[in-house]
Design a protein around this ligand. Structure first.
Ligand SMILES: [Ca+2]
Ligand SMILES: [Ca+2]
Ligand SMILES: [Ca+2]
Length: 446
């Protein structure tokens, strides 16, 4: 029941340096090398809570990449890992003295595992790389090349569900007795609550928090938890990833009609964190708790994931820039710094699920500059969605939020020598990396 959700005590007042930094977002870049304040401990955690120690996340900027749309190295119209490797110097050339690169020191790759969907969030094999993107060796080479440049690589870890095309689910659909039957959630009668889908083969229903193509895994089954841990260890220890963006973290375990933010999910993430600490010390995790403001994140501190996306601040910032009124934005920053453990939240403008910032800002570069300066100077680990740095446009449907990177005015926007899997935005001839590189006043050169 919602009323049973844990309520964390608000943490102690933030360090004064944080308040000062957020009060002057347009001023000089504040030092991010701040001491880490141990979060306030609630009575809820059953294990010893951890402080987020000082680390690379203190002065990093992370760049979110949709591999399918970043750069195509082999002329099939689909972005790939070798293409990303070829463009790493654009993100970070490994030379701190040069300013021609973005200088990001962290990447978040949207799902790279085999999938029957273009976006990759329907995983069909958790132990491989999508062949459209390359091979496991390509991924390892990406990790090597990124590390050479001082760049960490986080990958999307989609544990709440699998694809409906995953062999586990196809086998589970056949009925009771199937080895993976209890890896998913079933009901003979149609439950009155949302999220239940009719089986295509039997007179019964399965649960999915999203759509029928993404059946939820059953994390009340210890076998599923063990598998999730095995998958995570594989990507950290065998493949060399530095950590995970935890997809749909709030949806992991349902409790009756309560489908998000349950005590069971908190407990699961706590155990997961403990597992990672033992298996791959130093692995970094950041939770997608969609739409969460500080109140929605309260139950996840202090002992679960390292960091969480703060969805509210970016939305309020874009609104503030459009309205010329920062009161709601500064209020949101104030609440976050008061309520959330210090430096444990990540500000961003928009991600791959939201209309692109420049579109919401009315295609006005001055507004984009102001928004960028404001959120890139907040505490925490800021995330930039690929293309945001040149003001790429895009409004829903989702495919339009994820169009090919606009590298140049050449056909295919310099993204591919072939026809891109999805057409670039119509403005690519005017808005692209090459043009903005050559213009000292461009958004890219901010
Ligand atoms: Ca390709
Ligand atoms: Ca550089
Ligand atoms: Ca779930």
């Amino acid at each position: 029941q919602p009323s049973a959700a844990p309520t964390a005590e608000p943490s102690a007042a933030p360090a004064p340096t944080v308040a000062a930094a957020s009060a002057t977002p347009a001023g000089p870049t504040p030092t991010l090398d701040l001491p880490t304040q141990a979060p306030t401990i609630t009575a809820i955690p059953a294990v010893a809570p951890f402080p987020l120690e000082a680390g690379w996340w203190d002065d990093a900027v992370c760049y979110e990449i949709f591999v399918r749309s970043f750069y195509d190295s082999n002329g099939d119209g689909i972005g790939d890992l070798n293409g990303l490797i070829q463009k790493l110097d654009y993100i970070n050339d490994g030379k701190p003295a040069t300013q021609s690169d973005l200088g990001a020191t962290c990447l978040w790759l949207m799902p790279i595992m085999p999938s029957n969907t273009y976006h990759g969030y329907a995983v069909t094999d958790f132990y491989d790389v999508n062949p459209q993107f390359g091979t496991k060796d390509d991924f390892k080479r990406l990790i090597d090349e990124a590390h050479k440049r001082g760049v960490r690589v986080l990958i999307d870890m989609v544990l709440n569900h699998t694809s409906s095309e995953h062999p586990w689910f196809k086998e589970a659909l056949t009925g009771p007795g199937a080895p993976h039957r209890d890896w998913y959630l079933w009901s003979h009668d149609e439950p009155p609550t949302q999220g239940w889908h009719k089986s295509p083969v039997r007179d019964e229903y399965y649960y999915s928090a999203f759509d029928g193509g993404l059946p939820d895994l059953n994390y009340r089954n210890p076998e599923v938890t063990a598998e999730a841990q095995k998958i995570s260890a594989f990507w950290l220890n065998d493949m060399g990833a530095d950590g995970f963006r935890m997809d749909a973290a709030k949806h992991l375990i349902e409790n009756g009609a309560v489908i998000a933010d349950t005590l069971e999910t908190n407990a699961w993430l706590r155990e997961y964190r403990t597992f990672l600490e033992k298996t791959a010390p130093g692995a970094f995790t950041i939770g997608e708790n969609f739409g969460a403001s500080s109140i929605g994140l309260a139950s996840y501190y202090p002992d679960q994931l390292d960091m969480y996306f703060e969805f509210n601040i970016g939305q309020k910032l874009i609104q503030a820039v459009n309205l010329g009124d920062a009161s709601q934005y500064s209020g949101a920053v104030h609440v976050a710094t008061e309520d959330l453990p210090f430096q444990r939240w990540a500000p961003f403008l928009t991600n791959h699920d939201q209309n692109r910032a420049m579109s919401v800002l009315g295609d006005k570069p001055d507004r984009a500059r102001l928004a960028a300066i404001a959120y890139l100077t907040l505490p925490g680990l800021p995330f930039v969605y690929y293309g945001e740095e040149i003001g790429m446009l895009g409004t829903k449907p989702d495919e339009q939020l994820r169009t090919p990177m606009q590298w140049s005015a050449e056909p295919g926007a310099g993204f591919s020598s072939a026809a891109p899997w999805e057409a670039p935005q119509p403005n690519f001839a005017a808005t692209n990396v090459a043009a903005q590189d050559a213009d000292p006043a461009s958004l890219l050169n901010l």
